[in-house]
Design a protein around this ligand. Sequence first.
Ligand code: GCU
Ligand code: CA
Ligand code: CA
Length: 137
Amino acid sequence: TILIQENATGFCRADGTIDNDHSGYTGPGFANTPNTAGASIEWSVNIITAGTYRLEWRFANGGANARPGSILLNGNAVGTASFDPSGGWATWTTAGANITLTAGVHRIRLQATTGEGLANIDSLALTGANASAANCA
Ligand code: GCU
Ligand code: CA
Ligand code: CA
């Protein structure tokens, strides 16, 4: 498993800010996107062995509603993840999806589908045969 934090190789960009005002996050903080549909965060990974990989985001959603996101791979929608209310902004849990990845460097984008934006996103973990975090092109 590779785990990508905000200040590390593989973290490319986020709409909004990297915040640290709710306890329990890991690394330097968490990505707080604006409350708008289309708000997104991007990562870059290098897949050495093609196959099914699991994407898992650690998140907090202190709002009342789920904040689902589309998963885009190099700009193409490949799945969704639901970020259900976690019980508070300092209460962290995980959500994710399994996706098929070919070998090579891929840009992964998580993009809010509702006007509430994304949950606060603490990290992305990628589990599968053989991958590494990649420089953002
Ligand atoms: C609050 C909270 C933020 C969160 C935001 C939201 O302002 O402090 O961390 O991102 O709500 O609703 O998205
Ligand atoms: Ca937010
Ligand atoms: Ca983090």
